[in-house]
Design a binder for this molecule. Structure first.
Ligand SMILES: *Cc1c(COP(=O)(O)O)cnc(C)c1O
Length: 449
């Protein structure tokens, strides 16, 4: 009777999970992956077979595949042929070889917090603060986890319980929920908005100053531009007002351009006028994720001694990569930093590389053509600054090609433009050419099949 009822419930007779896991065929999987995970994988496979049908002979294999897929590396190298240099989804700035080598040093034991001469405890931040002050010419420097943390730390350590004046035109949201009003609230500083979305004058800041004011805050509108009938106060005007009233001038610079590029404000200009300047390590600097704080001695020291500094401190691997990147910039080797090289590559450099690819792909039966286009800085920097480039358009269905490239090995991130699947050589790292060509050939031939 019982068996009949069972059959009515299960159209194909499926074994119980408990029985299967004890079968000799599964003993090895249990040994490798642990019983709970094998039980879970069996349960998932049986459920799958109940829905879709299945073959008993391939069951064990399917279960093993499930177990392997669960622990397969998710973070994979991809080739960025999108033409977006600081691609947020692809990890912003790719590190230089020197910076990558430095990661290995920090991975073992290192003198991270040990002064080798005196044998006394040192401070990790001092490993890079000297490089930063030398490179940017500020009195003091501090590094933290990222720029969001740097801004939060500055507001908390210097402005908590007091007022901070900011223009309504600069209440930015940076991707991933960094909203200036929220950061301000979190810090315990009271935000005082002045001006309008498109126009804020120096006098607006000055009129808002009260005895409770701790600082004026300038936020760089990294990822958007307001055009038309606009006005904003210059840093020198704000510095003048801040000095006159004895309040601080803070600058959330965002990208941190060392050299002039597009309409991006430079670090030097900010340091000349502000008490504290913050920006990201993995935007135009071309280093790892980090928050760079530059400024006058007293406010920077106050920030470094605040309890929050410990919570947002920089990790040792990051510090090593940052140190290497800064050293390269300081010693005239900036061209070895990938972001720098990509930004400075001329359209002829890109054209030569794309033309070489085109010839090699033709030999492998993949038809392409060169088209004029533009690369982007990305990463919430310079939204209107397009770098002229030459794209390699692959003949064939654009969307299918882009998908085939993305799911290939290694994944290649292309860009679809005017209905064509395009590769931008500007953002493809040195030494990746042959791998890229193999991947393109494989993707193109997978569509022919
Ligand atoms: C990018 C950016 C941030 C956030 O920096 P992270 O390093 O990503 O934390 C904050 N403010 C401005 C103006 C930015 O451009």
């Amino acid at each position: 009777m019982r068996r009949v009822r069972d059959r009515a419930v299960r159209p194909v007779s499926l074994p119980g999970v408990g029985a299967l896991v004890n079968e000799p065929a599964y003993a090895e999987l249990v040994k490798e992956h642990g019983r709970p995970r094998v039980v879970e994988a069996i349960r998932a496979q049986i459920a799958h077979e109940r829905q879709n049908g299945g073959d008993e002979s391939s069951r064990r294999e399917a279960i093993e595949a499930r177990l392997r897929a669960d622990v397969a590396p998710r973070l994979r190298r991809v080739i960025n042929a999108s033409g977006v240099i600081l691609h947020t989804n692809l990890g912003r700035a790719p590190l230089s070889k020197t910076a990558v080598d430095a990661l290995a040093v920090a991975a073992g034991y290192s003198n991270l917090e040990l002064d080798l001469e005196s044998g006394k405890r040192g401070e990790r931040a001092t490993l890079v603060s000297g490089l930063l002050t030398a490179l940017f010419g500020s009195a003091s420097a501090l590094v933290v986890n990222n720029n969001a943390a740097a801004v939060l730390l500055a507001l908390t350590a210097l402005c908590k319980g007091k007022e901070v004046i900011v223009s309504r035109g600069q209440l930015v949201e940076i991707g991933g929920a960094f909203r200036m009003p929220d950061v301000m609230r979190l810090s315990g500083a009271r935000m005082v908005e002045v001006g309008t979305t498109n126009r804020t004058r120096a006098a607006d800041y000055e009129e808002a100053i009260t005895p409770k004011t701790a600082a004026l805050l300038r936020v760089h509108t990294s990822n958007f531009r307001v055009t038309g009938f606009t006005e904003s106060a210059s840093l020198s005007e704000l510095a003048e007002i801040a000095r006159r009233h004895g309040v601080l001038l803070l600058d959330d610079l965002g990208s941190g351009a060392g050299e002039p590029i597009g309409d991006e404000p430079t670090v030097a200009e900010s340091i000349a006028h502000c008490d504290v300047v913050t920006f990201s390590g993995d935007k135009l600097l071309g280093g790892p994720q980090a928050g760079i704080v530059l400024g006058r001695n007293e406010p920077v020291r106050k920030m470094s001694r605040h309890a929050l500094a410990r919570a947002v401190r920089i990790d040792k691997l990051t510090l090593a990569a940052l140190e290497a990147t800064l050293r390269q910039r300081l010693t005239g080797h900036a061209q070895e930093i990938p972001v720098e090289r990509m930004l400075r590559a001329s359209v002829d450099d890109v054209r030569r590389r794309a033309a070489m690819w085109s010839v090699k792909l033709a030999e492998r039966g993949v038809e392409t053509e060169l088209v004029e286009g533009s690369s982007a800085v990305g990463g919430g920097s310079l939204p209107e600054h397009a770098l002229p480039t030459v794209l390699l358009a692959i003949r064939g269905p654009a969307s299918k090609l882009a998908t085939a490239l993305r799911v290939g090995e290694p994944p290649v991130i292309a860009r679809i433009e005017t209905d064509r699947c395009c590769l931008d050589a500007r953002t493809v790292l040195r030494g990746e050419d042959e791998t890229l060509l193999d991947a393109v050939e494989a993707a193109a031939s997978s569509l022919r099949r």
